[in-house]
Design a protein around this ligand. Structure first.
Ligand code: NAG
Length: 236
């Protein structure tokens, strides 16, 4: 019995390498509809391809080829499909994707899985201001990377939406994309600064404008095209 269990684990796990990084994949939800859907749509080889593409894209977005960029040291990344709720999460270089999310997703599930994995892969490589950066900024940066990879899903808010710059996810990603368009490489430079700490003044340091001014400029830019939300009148 023990031998059979051991072989079963071996058959569920696969490894690959990306540069010096060992990639480990396992589908722990093959007994669920979502786990089986993952295998038919992506599979182990597809998972390694996405992981590898995501590493390359995240490192490029964060300007990892620049010698002065502070880089995360990562030797092993584990990706598992699990019988869990929610969408996905990452902790200690271990990416977990919810099988039921995959099973229930209506739309282009292959593109959605790729988008979620680019978001989660960003968490592996990004800095968080030694734990002091706002969670909304961390999630916004992860969705910014997903946006730049052309993997934003149709259910995201439109540019200009949201109530606060650090609301997180798609709201903050759209705002960061605006700031990045004003100041080339802004997000990469912000991530580099987050290696040692966090201050709102980083926005001022990198763009010459406070985050509050940037947010109000952003809201003004899009106020005419927003079809929902409060009335915001442009002062003439
Ligand atoms: C849909 O989600 C529910 C709740 O998480 C789950 O029990 C069910 O198995 C999912 N369906 C599929 C096809 O994955």
């Amino acid at each position: 019995m023990e031998l059979a269990g051991f072989l079963l684990i071996l058959s569920l796990c696969a490894t690959s390498t990306h540069a010096q990084i060992t990639l480990v994949f396992a589908n722990n939800a093959q007994g669920t509809a979502g786990g089986r859907r993952f295998d038919s749509v992506v599979g182990a080889q597809g998972a390694f391809t996405i992981l590898s593409d995501a590493i390359t894209f995240v490192q490029s977005t964060f300007d990892y080829s620049n010698p002065s960029t502070p880089k995360k040291s990562v030797s092993r990344i584990t990706f598992t499909v699990d019988d869990i709720g929610g969408v996905a999460y990452t902790s200690n270089d271990q990416i977990h994707l919810s099988a039921s999310y995959v099973g229930n997703y209506s739309g282009d599930v292959a593109r959605e899985i790729r988008g979620v994995m680019f978001h989660e892969m960003t968490h592996v490589w990004q800095w968080n201001g030694r734990g002091s950066a706002p969670g909304g900024l961390i999630e916004g940066i992860a969705d910014f990377v997903r946006l730049k990879a052309n993997l934003a899903p149709s259910h995201w808010v439109k540019p200009g939406a949201g109530n606060r710059w650090d609301q997180g996810y798609d709201v903050t990603a759209r705002f960061l994309d605006y700031v990045n368009s004003l100041s080339a490489g802004f997000v990469a430079k912000l991530n580099a600064k987050l290696a040692t700490g966090w201050s709102e003044s980083y926005f001022q340091d990198l763009t010459g404008k406070s985050v509050g001014t940037l947010w109000s400029d952003y809201k003004k830019k899009y106020s005419y095209s927003l079809d929902s939300g409060s009335t915001q009148n442009i002062q003439k």
